[in-house]
Design a protein around this ligand. Sequence first.
Ligand SMILES: NC(=O)c1ccc[n+]([C@@H]2O[C@H](COP(=O)([O-])OP(=O)(O)OC[C@H]3O[C@@H](n4cnc5c(N)ncnc54)[C@H](OP(=O)(O)O)[C@@H]3O)[C@@H](O)[C@H]2O)c1
Length: 279
Amino acid sequence: MQVLVTGATGTVGREVVRALLERGHAVRALSREPATAALPAEVEVVRGDLTDPTTLAPALQGVEAVHLIAFDAPRGSGGGAALTEVEPLLAQLRTAGVRRVTVLQNGYPGPLEAAIAEQDAIGWTILQPVEFMANMIGDWAEQIRASGPVEEPYVDRLSAMVHEADIGDVAAIALTAGGYEGTELVLTGPRPLTLRDKLDAVGAATGSQIGLVELTVEEAEARWRAQGMDDETVAFSHWIYGDGGPEIGRTPSGVVEQVTGRPAREVTEWAAAHADAFR
Ligand SMILES: NC(=O)c1ccc[n+]([C@@H]2O[C@H](COP(=O)([O-])OP(=O)(O)OC[C@H]3O[C@@H](n4cnc5c(N)ncnc54)[C@H](OP(=O)(O)O)[C@@H]3O)[C@@H](O)[C@H]2O)c1
């Protein structure tokens, strides 16, 4: 099948591309900066911007399925606008004859998911991943590379974090084999992990002991405010860390296993593949 992947230069999008290529599909990637996309040679990279649907016609030509990213705030290092005007985008997909779409949800339901669920011309599947394993790089790599302990509050909080490659595999199956149209898939890893579990996985991969220092709630809040967080974001951080946030973030859903027919990838596998980021 000919499939268009948006967000293809991002953490998840690269895995959607890999999963489609592995299954023998023709992949076109949308990027605002094709020259720096750094995707495999067999991928056709086409310039386009989801917030400007007039740029999308060349990317959609001959495409049967599209992986979409949702973002109601500007996304990525290139900045740009938020994706809030979604009807023109959906009209372009219908005109191009797209049959199936996956939408990677932006943490919570936004305008794209609402609009696509209201129409029935295109078979849609909403992908709702919980915390990505890749977040460990942004959160901790610098501290670990400097041999310092990781300093965090609420160290017993649980997360059923998901491997980005599993999101890619589920997206590729939903786009090409189908069978998940009209559904929302909550994508998790195989088990709930504490912070210690995550750091032990990274430590085993790097051959090091990684310290963990628990911050008091007051110390954590002082750091968040020093980073410029407003009252609302501080309250959100206490909820997501202290109360564990939404139940779906902590509880394995079994969806990756159902869709792919194999176990969801473990954090140890992720850590082994990304050990260099922490050395
Ligand atoms: N981190 C988590 O734990 C988590 C959990 C659940 C959901 N999510 C959501 O998952 C989504 C994907 O995350 P990610 O980490 O894979 O993304 P990412 O690495 O930050 O990459 C962002 C991607 O968005 C593309 N993009 C941004 N603005 C665009 C526009 N106007 N038109 C077309 N493409 C545009 C960029 O493409 P170019 O720069 O090449 O144009 C890039 O490929 C995000 O919406 C995130 O909020 C994250």
